[in-house]
Ligand binder design. Structure first.
Ligand code: SAM
Length: 248
């Protein structure tokens, strides 16, 4: 089974060179979580709603390449056009581009049935980072809940970001509505969710990673843990979530 491996070289040579929004901690943790799930749902596809230039998507593409999975990116391409996004990704990842399909359109036009039909089978990883308006995010979270595989993960961008009130409201309403997803962890700018049967698996490996990472998020995690476990693990809608935020 692959370990929790942060993929520093790929992050430096590809992901950091793409325009977009992604903290180093969320990038490294996502890369590690993707490595970890590569045996659990081997051939299952990966999805991102809200591609922009493909910064976060590059991590999904790297993982998909290792498991011969497909990646579906969904975006309105209202800020960056489809052709320039495709050529930017091709330039940096010529060997990975054949595994990618980009769908131009609003995620609001998709139903769980149409998304699953596009995917062929439930996804092992879904990133929710499209529209940040409340109703749109709630819709996207429901799509993710319907389309993620049993051992899959959902990453929700901008949860707890004070500039994205719609995301925060949508996450809280979604979690109160009794979804089949629970919290795994909360990072600097992403919330990670999984099915209840797999959440503990991801949480335990992530904690091991944080306990053994020399500086930065690892050091912060250990310092807080030495003070009180409640600073690194809290109840999130009746399930424990690990906290590795940079602030406070
Ligand atoms: C914050 S950016 C995504 C950042 C990206 N994930 C990254 O790694 O940098 C949000 C993206 O969502 C797209 N978007 C906005 N509304 C959308 C919708 N209803 N459906 C799909 N994409 C949407 C925008 O065009 C934009 O590219």
């Amino acid at each position: 089974m692959p370990g929790f491996d942060a993929d520093d070289e790929f992050l430096g040579q590809v992901t950091r060179r793409l325009e977009g929004w992604l903290t180093d901690d969320d990038a490294a943790v996502t890369a590690g979580l993707l490595r970890l799930q590569e045996t659990a749902e081997r051939d299952a596809p990966l999805v991102e709603i809200g591609v922009y230039c493909g910064k976060y998507l590059s991590l999904l593409m790297a993982s998909a390449n290792r498991t011969r999975s497909r990646v579906l990116g969904i975006d309105t391409f209202q800020f960056k056009d489809l052709a320039s996004v495709t050529s930017g990704l091709t330039a940096l990842m010529p060997d990975l581009i054949s595994g990618l399909s980009l769908h131009a359109g609003s995620s609001r036009e998709l139903t769980s049935e149409s998304l699953l039909a596009m995917l062929g089978r439930p996804a092992r990883f879904i990133s929710v980072d499209g529209s940040h308006d409340y109703a749109d995010v709630l819709h996207d979270l429901r799509l993710a809940d319907a389309a993620v595989a049993a051992g899959g993960l959902v990453a929700v961008d901008d949860f707890l970001n004070p500039l994205t009130l719609g995301v925060n409201r949508a996450v809280n309403v979604f979690m109160e509505s009794g979804p089949t997803l629970v919290g795994v962890a909360c990072g600097p700018n992403k919330l990670y969710l999984a099915r209840p049967t797999y959440a503990g698996f991801y949480r335990e490996h992530l904690e091991q990673h944080l306990l053994t990472t020399p500086a930065g998020r690892g050091e912060r995690f250990r310092t807080r843990l030495a003070t009180w476990r409640g600073l690194v693990e809290q109840d999130f809608f009746d399930s424990p979530a690990l906290l590795f935020t940079a602030s406070h």
